[in-house]
Design a protein around this ligand. Sequence first.
Ligand SMILES: [Zn+2]
Length: 424
Amino acid sequence: MLKLKTNLQMLIRKAYRFRLRERPSQARDYARAAGCVRFVWNHALALQRRYYRRFDKHLGYVRLSSRLPGWKRRYAFLKDAPSQALQQTLKDLDLAWQRFFKEPGRVGQPKFKGRTGQAAFRLPQGVKLDAGNQRLFLPKTGWVRLRLSRPVDGVIKNATVSREGGHWFVTLQTEYEAVITPRTGTAVGVDLGTVTAATASDGSLLHLEARLSRYARRMRRQQRCLSRKQKGSNRRLHAKARLARTHARVVAIRSDALHKYSRELVDEHAIICLEDLKVAAMTAADGRHKATLNGRILNAGWAEMRRQLSYKADRAGGLVIAVNPAYTSQSCSACGYVDAKNRRSQAEFKCLACGHTAHADHNAAVNIRERGIQELLRARTLAVAPGDTGAGRQYQVLRPSHVEVVAVGRPMKREPADRLAQAA
Ligand SMILES: [Zn+2]
């Protein structure tokens, strides 16, 4: 009965980011291309806003792009930019309006792009990578050298060239097909709720605060420094660049730590259960989510952590599920008794009914794991494998990618997991 493994053909999307080693003349080309993209975006947006005010409708991509040749005649400098990048920005603008119409309450109207915003342009095709010679071909601007820090898998679907902290980078998005075998293994729950760390039900911890608080202090200082500078002044621009560099450093350290931790969890466990952070933010009854800069720096990592876990688990044939975190910190993981008083302090949990004691975060992580397993069993995406009980219990994944499909899974055969699900 448990010999159900079906291999899944999966389309895997990957993104790579490399620092470009452009010549000064190329840097000027990129800045010009980014400027043209910004011009076209703003120009088209102004047109769309007028159109929207008058007709309460939006101009789609096809009608916008038909105006592009006219704009190129009127504004000759647009001819220097890669035309695909200009078309791409119109597509992006169209998408931004579509999102706005779909969720008008939550998503705002597309905004004009200012001179100080991020300089970037995207090329949907014509990009060639010459890995042997560490160079990249971009339409219009030609070959550019780059620091190819890791090998690129798959076919390049598009490239985004952007400037950050005074340097130019390229992000390549690739696609390839792979065969995934659903896994059998243990489940783990991860409590991401506290500002300082993640605690997993298997006892593993992620501590980021000590490493990042130094940068949080520096960012606060630089933020104050920035706010004292006069608007539009050169000093203000410099202060802004300093703050951006520190922020980039924080992002790099955090991303590195999260990659290591998520890799560990995915290697160890077939099923990973997390809190649903959107729900958590709405029900932050115990005020754990601090709105301080420190808190923001650390918390911002959790969405990224979930993204990393999801795609890594997908590729390994595992599962990630996000569960409603309500009361996971107040419930006893041994007997299920729920009481706010069970939680003695930030760290200490002692059940008033059965006397079970644990570290509060660990207790919550166990609850999160159990909640995730129950949900997956109900959805028939999981089966219990024979053998151990408790934390060492093994589960067989029947259908990977239950939640948050980063790469799209497509069964090669519609059995037997699907048939099982239909029979239920
Ligand atoms: Zn209890």
